[in-house]
Write a protein that binds this ligand. Structure first.
Ligand code: FES
Length: 167
């Protein structure tokens, strides 16, 4: 039985993880895919979920935390239906990324890092998304959007609201 305070992987997920572990010489090698699975199953990587991953792979919690806190793709807090990650590194900043963040946050009434009260949008700033030629780059859930401008943002917000969170 899984609860927020005491999460456990499902039997099917554990079978998947065991099969992965058997293919590699050390459990550390499967930490990234297992963290992705945990995030998919539990929505975000709470400290309890990180401890569960550490226990599952017989790793120290610190080894898990080092990875979780390094990659922006891992979330330690719940987020909205649409996770909007704006790259504000140099290339994107010089092409208007800060203005995009300000516009979007102003329109949604939140600050960077926050989620709208309806749970629809979370807006965050991230480091270089590795697609600098397309600056400014915005990642929405798993999709990259390049050369984004304010009109794109407005159209996205309108469409997301009209769909009511059917991401
Ligand atoms: S600086 Fe934004 S993608 Fe590289």
């Amino acid at each position: 039985m899984s609860s927020a305070a005491n999460p456990v992987f499902s039997e099917a997920r554990m079978a998947e993880i065991k099969a992965l572990i058997e293919r590699y010489p050390a459990p550390q090698a499967v930490l990234l895919p297992v963290l992705h699975m945990a995030q998919e199953d539990f929505g975000y990587l709470s400290m309890e979920v990180q401890q569960m991953v550490a226990d599952t792979l017989a790793l120290r919690l610190m080894a898990v935390r080092e990875v979780v806190t390094f990659y922006t793709m891992f979330r330690e807090q719940p987020c909205g239906t649409y996770l909007v990650e704006v790259c504000t590194n140099a290339g994107c900043m010089l092409n208007g990324a800060n203005e995009l963040v300000a516009h979007m946050c102003g329109k949604l009434g939140i600050k960077p890092g926050e989620t709208t009260p309806d749970g629809l949008f979370t807006v965050t700033e991230v480091e270089c998304a590795g697609a600098c030629a397309g600056a400014p780059v915005v990642q929405i859930n798993n999709l990259y959007h390049e050369k984004v401008d304010v009109a794109h943002i407005d159209a996205f917000i309108e469409k997301a609201r009209s769909e009511g969170g059917a991401a």
